[in-house]
Design a binder for this molecule. Structure first.
Ligand code: ATP
Length: 234
């Protein structure tokens, strides 16, 4: 579904990514893991069209998307849940969700997508009139995921959805990704929580200093001695 081939990217002439290649097949959850500053966010931003790549190619469903503006990438069916859980605090949950449907032209479609998101996350339905700013961290994470789903994307990229959440809530967020996966959404998950993300993913890539250093079946990566030592503290 997504094929990233040897992309390089950076900021203001400083190169951060070096020949990063990865692919995601339809129906997979693929984890991109690595330490702080490894370049995970930069990779997602490049795919999403928020950062121009310096070289390499990106294809989505066989279409070249490198160099495309971000709004056009979204309309191809790729959605990004950025790091940081930014909700519109003084808007209601429902209004926040509706903001996510700005690329959807037909009103009936917006309503249909809203019903779909509500069916996935019933809590959002129950609290649809509540101001988003009053939500807890975990609830806000659900809301930003729900907002990204309002364009009904077949492909979802998430940047550190568990970052800064209480351990008890982290499990809920990962459970919700399993629900999305069952619904047929293909997922590229960026995480510092290496164990949890490799546990729900089928395959994984390890990024270090802007380069992919390991990749493969996630169970094998979890059992890999280097991964254990560097990321799992075993
Ligand atoms: P984190 O978990 O901290 O988000 P990451 O793996 O996602 O880490 P990136 O955010 O992609 O890493 O950052 C990779 C490198 O790029 C870091 O050295 C960072 O300082 C640098 N960087 C990130 N954003 C910018 C920017 N806007 N301008 C300049 N350098 C940046």
């Amino acid at each position: 579904m997504l094929e990233v081939d040897k992309i390089s990217a950076g900021y203001g002439g400083i190169q951060i990514l070096w020949d990063v290649s990865l692919n995601v097949q339809q129906g997979e959850i693929v984890a991109l893991v690595g330490a702080n500053g490894a370049g995970k966010t930069t990779t997602l931003k490049t795919i999403a069209g928020l950062l121009r790549q310096m070289g390499g190619s990106i294809t989505f469903e066989s279409q070249h998307i490198e160099g495309m503006a971000a709004h056009r990438v979204i309309s191809q069916g790729i959605a990004l849940v950025p790091e940081g859980r930014r909700v519109f605090p003084y808007m209601t949950v429902r209004e926040n969700l509706e903001m996510g449907a700005y690329t959807v032209k037909k009103k009936e479609k917006v309503q249909e997508n809203l019903e779909w998101v509500f069916s996935l996350f019933p809590k959002l339905k129950e609290r649809q009139s509540q101001l988003a700013g009053t939500f807890s961290g975990g609830e806000q994470q659900m809301l930003v995921i729900g907002r990204a789903l309002m364009s009904r994307p077949p492909f979802l990229m998430l940047d550190e959805p568990s970052l800064g959440l209480q351990p008890t809530i982290v499990g809920t967020v990962f459970e919700s990704l399993k629900v999305l996966h069952k619904e047929g959404v293909t997922i590229l998950l960026v995480e510092q929580n290496v164990r949890k993300s490799l546990e729900i993913a089928q395959r994984g890539y390890v990024l270090e200093h802007g380069r992919i250093v390991l990749s493969g079946d996630s169970k094998k990566l979890l059992a890999n001695e280097e991964v254990k030592k560097a990321y799992l503290g075993i």
